[in-house]
Design a protein around this ligand. Sequence first.
Ligand code: C5P
Length: 193
Amino acid sequence: MIFTVAIDGPAAAGKGTISRAVAERFGFAHLDTGLLYRAVGAKGGDPVEAALTLSDADLTRDDLRTLEAGQAASRVAVIPEVRAALTDYQRSFARREGGAVLDGRDIGTVICPEAEVKLFVTASAEVRAHRRWLEVGGDEAQVLAEVIERDKRDAERATAPLKAVEDAVVIDTTVLSINAAVDVACRVIAEAL
Ligand code: C5P
């Protein structure tokens, strides 16, 4: 069975948690596409070269989850050649046998416009910054400033900006608990299967 679930949305909206839960529930493979951009940013040197030569070892570095790695990712993610170099890998992952969940910023818009299910997971910047701050600590106002800066860069870039497609189901986790959000996602997928 070929079945793709595309999950897009801004940083710390709950995409990762929802994607992992959905993948486990339906037995689908999961790709966190943010990790690809984080790995390109962390590799240093020429980002296009880094994207073209990305390997499994680059994706398993343990410094990819930091705020700095997120900022570096969003800077290389504006480069069209970097995005192009990562496209085939994501598309073949999406159409693999057995079903796949991909989460990111442009999965429903660019990578898999033909995905059987498209979800857009969002929440207010304050709520997302608070969640990120609970994970990383430090100065909460600084975390909020970084979330807003990254949102702006992701939404305003010319190539593959963050936006919800018309046929995406929007899940707002500002007040919805993560469990309730997972339930909504599972229901939408079960109906489309
Ligand atoms: O989702 P995550 O926070 O790991 O993504 C890091 C950065 O990578 C995002 O801020 C965004 O700039 C970029 N990204 C992207 N397209 C994706 C996934 C991530 O541009 N599909």
